[in-house]
Design a protein around this ligand. Structure first.
Ligand SMILES: Nc1ncnc2c1ncn2[C@@H]1O[C@H](COP(=O)(O)OP(=O)(O)OP(=O)(O)O)[C@@H](O)[C@H]1O
Length: 589
């Protein structure tokens, strides 16, 4: 598909999406439409009485004059009521539509596969949620009404004027095609830069996000100049685009003026001639000019409207991209562990990220019930990928992963994840209280159960020592806690979940010796009589495992107990010796 066809397909999809957003609000749309029809009708009637006011006054008919003035006042009030209704309901419609988009996106983000989130920049997602939805919100609240009202008014009034005096209408509109052409060109040029400007704001968001999320690294490595240069490049680009947009926007005012004034001037000149030759009464000329204002008013706003529509369509495209991202699958079966069966089995699992090389090659493993299985191997051999697949974070693998005897791809994903509690290297803590962070493991847990989980994770002591105890706010990503405290709170959360399988993905590898010892003591208690899968570099974590799988380049290179592997596996023995000597894990098996 070439780019132009793709763009048409995309625009159609965006329009279909916008229609789907309007669908739940037939009442509001109906009222706006009815209000626009009635408003136009009242404008026309009012103009008819305006003609009477002038012509009766010139003819000296006092009663006729008074009647026409009274009629205009009544019609004016009715017209105001309709305009108020349109404004109210279209504003209301805009707010509800934007609220629906926000709700829909919040729901979607929660259902996006983690493979999408791995590859997307969070700054870009935030920009779609903020800038793009914000631009749609601005349009929906302030411009949507013009899209409904203006075409109706223009068509209604132009049709009336055509019948009223087609020659005068033609003369008034003589410059219109040129002005329309200019406004279209101008609108296109401005929107091109306005759209680029919006994308640059997304880049700016991404840089800020990197700066805040990586602030410690930035400071530690004195990367401020690098970050500053990056920010400067983005801000300079924003400034350039802003300048280009503003410079072109300066032309909007003259073009708008031509669109507004030219028809009025032509009308007055040619209408004046018709009046002097007796082909038009002064009242008719005034009525015509007055009604023409209803056409030229919206027309003068055309250049800005074109820019707004284009920018909003672009924002809507970016929102639709997010809405159309395939969701994680839902629904499926639930299985129960049969006697003697393995809670988890990997059979000939082959997996690659996107279009990269295979990370797992025919990976085979079995987690025995109530036993601890450890996976070790050099960095990058695919250990965390095994955990990712087991948790259903990516399903693009070949082969089979079974959970309690049921094929993982056939499990109901939520239920499958309910069987697994995970503690990872960098467990995420939310900027909420310690209590809530632990309670996220099981939302129906009582306070006593939360405290009990903290006690088992050896976290209760330091939590109670804080002035606010369990109500202490931990800060974003647990910023106000030590590494060991963070991990023990994460362990408490995993324990509260009380899932039959516990996965420990290098829970101590980011900790210093002291914190590691604290967490290790907790883990040693926990792994007894549970089904545990532990990914670890640290000998202390894996020595007690019932089975240790040695991985190399995505395959199982060896398996056995610590003593068996020490006796026959060179890489394992080297790793253990290096650790005993206080060095880190080696690189090759
Ligand atoms: N989201 C991703 N997209 C693309 N490639 C990835 C992704 N995550 C991991 N990889 C690649 O897959 C390979 C295996 O990564 P994985 O994290 O499973 O290794 P690991 O054995 O856990 O490493 P470590 O011990 O260093 O944590 C690596 O080459 C890595 O670069």
């Amino acid at each position: 598909m070439d780019d132009e066809v793709k763009s048409v397909v995309k625009t159609r999809r965006v329009l279909a999406y916008i229609l789907s957003l309007c669908k739940p609000y037939p009442f509001e749309i109906g009222i706006c439409f009815l209000g626009a029809v009635c408003g136009t009708f009242f404008d026309l009637i009012q103009a008819r009485y305006l003609k009477d006011v002038v012509d009766q006054a010139l003819a000296g008919d006092r009663r006729g004059f008074q009647m026409a003035v009274a009629a205009i006042v009544v019609i004016l009030l009715a017209g105001c009521a309709f305009r108020y209704a349109i404004k109210y309901f279209s504003g209301h419609l805009g707010i509800r539509i934007v609220q629906d988009i926000r709700r829909q996106l919040a729901y979607r983000i929660g259902r996006l596969p983690s493979s999408y989130l791995d590859n997307a920049h969070s700054g870009d997602i935030v920009a779609r949620l903020n800038n793009d939805v914000g631009s749609i919100a601005g349009f929906a609240e302030w411009q949507l009404v013009n899209l409904i009202y203006s075409p109706l008014v223009i068509i209604g009034v132009m049709s009336y004027l055509l019948i009223f005096n087609w020659k005068l209408l033609l003369a008034s509109m003589i410059l219109l095609p040129a002005a329309m052409f200019a406004s279209r060109k101008l609108g296109k040029a401005i929107s091109k830069y306005a759209i680029q400007l919006q994308r640059s704001f997304a880049d700016y968001n991404a840089v800020i996000q990197d700066a805040t999320a990586g602030i410690v690294t930035v400071k530690a490595f004195r990367l401020e100049p690098v970050l500053f240069a990056k920010m400067q490049r983005v801000t300079e680009r924003i400034r350039d685009l802003q300048r280009k947009t503003d410079w072109r926007c300066l032309f909007i005012a003259p073009v708008s003026m031509v669109l507004q004034v030219a028809p009025q001037m032509s009308c007055v000149l040619y209408g004046g001639y018709l009046t002097t030759t007796g082909q038009l009464t002064p009242g008719e000329l005034l009525t015509f000019t007055y009604l023409l204002g209803f056409v030229t008013g919206p027309l003068s706003g055309l250049p800005s409207l074109i820019v707004n529509v284009r920018v909003t369509l672009e924002s809507a495209k970016r929102v639709v991209e997010l809405v159309d991202e395939p969701e994680e699958r839902s629904g499926g079966d639930v299985y129960v562990l049969q006697d003697g069966a393995a809670p988890v089995r990997f059979d000939g699992v082959r997996f690659a990220y996107e279009d990269r090389e295979l990370v797992l090659h025919d990976f085979e493993a079995e987690l025995k019930a109530n036993a601890m299985t450890a996976i070790v191997g050099p960095s990058g051999c695919g250990k965390s990928t095994v955990v990712k697949l087991l948790c259903g974070f990516d399903e693009r693998y070949e082969g089979s992963i079974s959970l309690f005897g049921g094929e993982l791809k056939r499990w109901d994903m939520k239920e499958a994840r309910a069987q697994i509690a995970i503690v990872s290297q960098f467990s995420y803590l939310f900027p909420a209280s310690v209590h809530d962070n632990i309670a996220y493991g099981n939302l129906s847990a009582t306070r006593e159960e939360v405290v009990e989980a903290a006690r088992m994770a050896n976290a209760d002591g330091f939590i109670q020592a804080w002035p606010d105890g369990y109500e202490t706010i931990v800060g974003e990503r647990g910023a106000s806690l030590s590494g060991g405290q963070r991990q023990r709170i994460a362990i408490a959360r995993a324990l509260l979940k009380n899932a039959p399988i516990l996965v420990l993905d290098e829970p101590t590898s980011a900790l210093d010796a002291q914190a590691e010892a604290e967490v290790q003591a907790v883990l040693e208690q926990l792994v007894r009589s549970r089904t545990v899968l532990v990914i670890a570099h640290r000998l202390s974590t894996i020595r007690e495992a019932d089975e240790i799988i040695v991985m190399a380049e995505g395959k199982v290179a060896d398996r056995g107990t610590h003593l068996e592997l020490m006796a026959r596996n060179v890489w394992y023995r080297d790793m253990c010796r290096r650790q005993q000597a206080g060095t880190e894990v080696g690189e090759a098996v």
